[in-house]
Design a protein around this ligand. Structure first.
Ligand code: G3I
Length: 322
């Protein structure tokens, strides 16, 4: 057999994983692949655990969407990468208003204690803080940052650690794969500062969204990981997809995409401390890309009919030869 997680583990990674979103749960052909722990050893809820789903109105917590994905992991034994506690996006409007530092600290404490408490023991890892930095290296002006400055990051990690001491706690962001841009430098400085303030950050998640033919090279990504590993125990690629920027595509473009995927997985394989690779869903059918970037897409390892693409085969043979 040549399934990805099985090969990834034999090659020394902890897992090869995928995101799963709630609308796909009733697609049986999809679920047969998603639940196959030889194919995917880890799953990430694409939306179910986000703030707008777990606490849409203040003090009222709901876990239906998140649990639907978490229960799969319980049944199959797949790892659960929990995603995400504190993010400026998919944040209900009540959190977006102006709060004092103390009020925001209480809001974060309540949210994190409830959500992490609910999933306690189920999460292999938590993406505690997501996308706090801008590409130019400045802090994103989120409601959390406006109220608390970078202390919101320290506070979030401390609260998550006390609510589930066994989960690995990650800082997760995009455009931090290709060393060393302003965002990577600023992220490194931010992590050093919050670690010095006592934040238990265990890992850095590099999302890994990129474009065919323009995605970072293995060398660039290894350099980035080496830098983050000066600060934290582990790194991972958490949301990989590599999209075509114009459609339809032919065989040459698909082969380029296959080579681009190999760079990412290869960078992880060659970095002790890179624990795994997660794709941001495995089929073009459910990719977020066309919704966000009309006219772009086909970013995944499987096409929309669930056939394996050249990128799948190239990743599998890389893992097999590792
Ligand atoms: O749930 C509503 C539904 O009620 C409504 O009818 C429909 C109409 O637009 O929207 C639905 O919400 C959508 C939601 O996904 C759930 O499907 C939002 O519009 C849509 O914007 C949202 O997109 C998600 C996106 O995060 C939001 O920024 C994607 O599915 C999800 O894959 C994506 O994931 C993020 C990671 O969490 C963080 N890193 C970047 C990554 C890609 O953007």
């Amino acid at each position: 057999t040549c399934q990805l997680n099985k090969l990834a583990k034999e090659a020394g990674l902890e897992y090869f994983g995928t995101a799963i979103d709630n609308p796909s749960l009733n697609n049986q052909n999809y679920m047969r692949i998603a639940r196959d722990s030889d194919e995917f050893g880890s799953i990430t809820p694409a939306n179910g655990q986000k703030w707008s789903n777990t606490q849409a109105s203040q003090g009222r917590f709901s876990y239906g969407s998140g649990d639907a994905i978490a229960n799969i992991a319980k049944e199959t034994g797949q790892l659960l990468r929990c995603h995400t506690l504190v993010w400026h996006n998919q944040l209900p409007s009540w959190v977006s208003s102006a709060y004092s530092r103390d009020q925001m600290e209480r809001i974060l404490t309540a949210h994190i204690q409830n959500v992490v408490g609910h999933y306690k023991g189920q999460c292999y890892s938590w993406d505690v803080v997501n996308e706090a930095m801008n590409d130019d290296g400045s802090f994103r002006q989120s409601p959390m940052y406006r109220a608390m400055g970078e202390d919101f990051i320290t506070h979030s990690f401390l609260t998550a650690a006390s609510a589930d001491p066994s989960a690995r706690l990650y800082y997760n962001d995009f455009n931090i794969e290709r060393c060393c841009n302003a965002k990577i430098n600023a992220t490194w400085d931010m992590l050093l500062s919050v670690l010095n303030a006592g934040a238990p950050v265990h890992g850095v998640g590099m999302q890994g969204h990129s474009r065919v033919g323009k995605s970072p090279s293995k060398r660039e990504m290894k350099e980035t990981m080496a830098r983050f590993l000066q600060l934290v125990n582990e790194v991972a690629f958490t949301e990989v997809d590599i999209r075509h920027t114009s459609l339809p595509v032919g065989e040459a473009e698909r082969e380029q995409q296959a080579r681009d995927y190999v760079e990412v997985v290869g960078a992880c394989l060659e970095t002790p401390g890179c624990v795994g690779v997660t794709v941001w869903d495995f089929t073009d059918q459910y990719s977020w890309i066309p919704g966000q970037y009309p006219g772009e897409g086909e970013a995944c390892l499987f096409d929309r009919n669930l056939n394996r693409k050249p990128a799948y085969s190239s990743v599998a043979s890389l893992l097999q030869s590792a």
